[in-house]
Design a protein around this ligand. Structure first.
Ligand code: DC
Length: 229
């Protein structure tokens, strides 16, 4: 039996993956899964437990034991039953997530769970390694990116919208550090799959990016999507 459809959306921090993936999933009627939120949950649990993030055995044991689940449409994220949707977005959790995601045992536990979630229904899954490692056979693969300063600017706007203060240069520095770590780790580095479509969103509106991805999905999955030709 063939596997339910997978739309894999990978790319660096701040490229707009979450917003776009959520919208695309809604239009297609697919489940949306934010895999970065899963690594963030492991990072949050590790920080709260006072674990040394370089202790691979301890962090792996934790990743294997935590329960992570999402509410409908991935709006809320739960860690061992607690709603951590806001807590996992703090900058120090972003940094810790990038560090724990280097650990092979952590990746193995998360990938297993990601494959389980997508085994029963079609998904739009976003992350860094979805089209390369989690679902190399995904029917639709997108690598979403944007100029580094544009990504930092978008993150700053998001933070300001939440009433938080934001320094674009500092955000740019943090994003650069995280991208470097994500792209240079030995296990499943962030890299564009050879058969992924690269979309640079620097000069595109959200609607334009959404339409472009829906067009590619309709073509590859041989389905019709309302409003997309
Ligand atoms: O997408 P995000 O910023 O929420 O991801 C948080 C961190 O998790 C990011 O620094 C890289 C890591 N990550 C990963 O290694 N693999 C994924 N599939 C998703 C995220």
């Amino acid at each position: 039996m063939s596997h339910p459809a997978v739309v894999a959306i990978d790319g660096p921090a701040g490229a707009g993956k979450s917003t776009i993936s959520r919208r695309v999933a809604e239009r297609l009627g697919f489940l949306y899964i934010d895999t970065g939120a899963m690594y963030r949950c492991v990072a949050l649990a590790a920080s709260r437990g006072g674990l040394n993030l370089d202790d691979e055995a301890a962090v792996t044991g934790l990743a294997e034991s935590v329960r992570i689940h999402f509410s409908a449409r991935c709006k809320e994220v739960f860690l061992d039953g607690e709603d951590v949707t806001q807590a996992i977005r703090e900058p120090r959790v972003s940094d810790a997530a990038s560090r724990v995601s280097k650990v092979p045992g952590v990746r193995q536990a998360m990938v297993e769970e990601q494959r389980r979630i997508a085994s029963g229904e079609p998904v739009v899954m976003e992350g860094r390694d979805i089209g390369t490692v989690v679902f190399p056979q995904a029917q639709v693969k997108i690598f979403l990116t944007a100029e580094p300063m544009e990504r930092a600017r978008r993150r700053a706007l998001e933070m300001e919208a939440k009433g938080l203060s934001a320094d674009v240069d500092e955000i740019a520095r943090q994003i650069e550090e995280r991208d470097y770590r994500d792209a240079n780790r030995s296990d499943s580095p962030m890299v564009q799959a050879p058969d992924a479509v690269r979309l640079d969103t620097s000069n595109l509106s959200l609607d334009e990016v959404e339409q472009a991805i829906l067009g590619i999905a309709a073509d590859k999955l041989k389905i019709s999507v309302e409003g997309v030709r």
